[in-house]
Design a protein around this ligand. Sequence first.
Ligand code: NAD
Length: 477
Amino acid sequence: MSEKYDVVVVGSGPAGYVSAIRAAQLGLKVACVEQWIDDKGAPVLGGTCLNVGCIPSKALLDSSQKYSDVIEKFSKHGINVEKPTVDVAAMLDRKNKIISQLTSGIGGLFKHNGVVVLQGRGKVLSGARVEVTNGKEDPSIVDAGSVIIAAGSVPIAIPPAPINGDTIVDSTGALEFDSIPKRLGVIGAGVIGLELGSVWKRLGSEVVLLEALDTFLPMMDSQVASESAKIFKKQGLDIRMGARVTNAVEKKKKVSLSYQCSGEEHTEIFDKLIVSVGRRPRSEELLASDSGVTLDERGFIYVDDFCATEAPNVYAVGDVVRGPMLAHKGSEEGVMVAERIAGQSTKLNYQCIPSVIYTHPEVAAVGKTEQELKADGIDYQSGVFPFQASGRALAADDSEGLVKILTDKQTDRILGCHIVGPSAADLVQQVVIAMEFGASAEDLSLMIFGHPTLSEAVHEAALAVSGHAIHMPNKKK
Ligand code: NAD
């Protein structure tokens, strides 16, 4: 007889492990099913984010930024370093140690909170039951009061460029190159393409990004997107827009890639090729035919505003449901669902989810873009402040980019904030807090910001909304 749990979570990524811990904190008996195993057969916790996504990419972004600073910036500060070199193996080793530290940390938190790990592949059956198959024992069926599906997403593959795991890789393979590719091709100039392209560019690769769309970062505010494009081009990222890849094949350990652009056919030879054209929900083989859980036409599990599926007591959170594929969005959905299962009435504000691209400088956003406000016919005002006018940014030799705040013209309520610049990820969070409290630009203007800080750029952008920024000439309002 298998055990009965109050909650069974399928998947231990940021959406799954957070919901499992929160449910356990609320006194529920929780199991978390995870299929990923290491080479010793032990479950690997943390999902894409910790193992092959956010954390390892940030480790390499930080390492490569340090190298780039030595090459590009140190001498300006009066620090001279003779011929720095890169030890790729040591860099990857550091990254892997961070992953181990964090994933074993989740194991520790599970133990502390009494969350049981069930190793195997979970399949949701009717009546809120989960079948767990691990290939070692007979499949077991676990009864759950409630099921939370947090199965995540996988990279999208495209037929013209099949992944071979060596010269043509997805985002996972791009974290494991054992040497610096001389010429690196990247299909897709989205979040992953820009982050991983930046890593290898800083380490010395010549990087060409091929983007099918004509508009760069269409989900970002268009002013911030075009400012970002200028900065990335200056850094040497060769971003080719309107490029449709038609074929990529390995030839003599290199990749021969063909693409069409403005009606012309082009061919490029690369040492490595990263395919980063988006991710899709991992919803295949996850649901029994009578589970009662339904998928939309793109394979996302259909859920309501509270992440309830169409099957009673079955919820789904994170990348496997609608909305942006962001770890923190999944985690907060996980918390909401755990608390609702425990009888609370937690809600999420989907209008206030920050997003970040961890290039240097970072690109960060929350709320509406200017083009969305225009399309929605909303009467708005904007305040823009360039980091060129920030004393702290100049002192740090990191003064590219801007902060832009958008407000409702009648009420002055903040509707969005868009930043490209140093520490944009952390700066935008200040505006997330302001927006959650329904703040106006005037509210931010009246707050005291420490000097000298990068945060002053947020303050000045808020002041600029009403045309009285201090440290730049204001536009007539
Ligand atoms: P993405 O959607 O950000 O970018 C993919 C890009 O590839 C798009 O610009 C698209 O137009 C382009 N594209 C699609 N097919 C193409 C083709 N055949 N040829 C050329 N270009 C093509 O997807 P991603 O960068 O793969 O990231 C996947 C998901 O993971 C995203 O939802 C992203 O938000 C998330 N993610 C987030 C972070 C972060 O928060 N910092 C980091 C990594 C990934």
